[in-house]
Design a protein. Structure first.
Lengths: 109, 113
């Protein structure tokens, strides 16, 4: 049973904004939404996380729907270095991180 | 420099042999995790530990074993009972609590020859 659902792949032009969607319809009230990204043959890198309110940091913004059943990771200006697989994850009771298959982002120069 | 270190980066094993993958962190994190990643797939949880001398099975624990004798160390043993051990193995650590992020090592690529 999938805990999060993401598109398999997306493309973006360089220097344009990218909106990566994630559905998590079975989220409980205390589950945090985390985003990580992974380059080939490397460990995942933390991007951002949130609970209810929208969040911003130097890498990205996280927009969380009011019912918390979906969220969107926003990269404000895509660069070639942003090409990676992006994972949307719910962090559950017991502190586990459960990863899905993620979205492979291609940035076109 | 604080971080999480996995060794070795590449590991070759003969069928029928046990092999131990190392994971060390100096971040003073309580929680540590082991994941397996197959080509084109996401990460699957093998084992996790929230405190020294305690650990729990994840979704795919069969054929693997772990120990947590020290806070900074969480070694993973891939036993001969693991039917298809060739994969990319990732270790992570975090502060306990769902509002904190995980830090990952750079992985160990295990190949059975």
């Amino acid at each position: 049973d999938a805990k999060t659902t993401q598109p398999n792949s997306m493309e973006s032009n360089e220097e344009e904004p990218v909106h990566l969607p994630c559905n998590h319809s079975t989220i409980s009230g205390t589950d945090y939404i985390h985003w990580y990204r992974q380059l080939p043959s490397q460990g995942p890198e933390y991007v951002i996380h949130g609970l209810t309110s929208n969040v911003n940091n130097r890498m990205a913004s996280l927009a969380i729907a009011e019912d918390r059943k979906s969220s969107t990771l926003i990269l404000h200006r895509a660069t070639l270095r942003d090409a990676a697989v992006y994972y949307c994850i719910l962090r559950f009771t017991g502190n586990q991180f459960y990863f899905g298959t993620g979205t492979s982002l291609t940035v076109i120069p | 420099d604080g971080g999480i270190t996995q060794s070795p980066k590449y590991l070759f094993r003969k069928e029928g042999q046990n092999v131990t993958l190392s994971c060390e962190q100096n971040l003073n994190h309580d929680a540590m995790y082991w994941y397996r990643q197959d080509p084109g797939q996401g990460l699957r949880l093998i084992y996790y530990s929230q405190i020294v001398n305690d650990f729990q099975k994840g979704d795919i624990a069969e054929g693997y074993s772990v120990s947590r004798e020290k806070k900074e160390s969480f070694p993973l043993t891939v036993t001969s009972a693991q039917k298809n051990p060739t994969a990319f193995y990732l270790c992570a650590s975090s502060i306990a609590g769902r509002g904190t992020e995980a830090f990952f090592g750079q992985g160990t690529r295990l190949t059975v020859v």
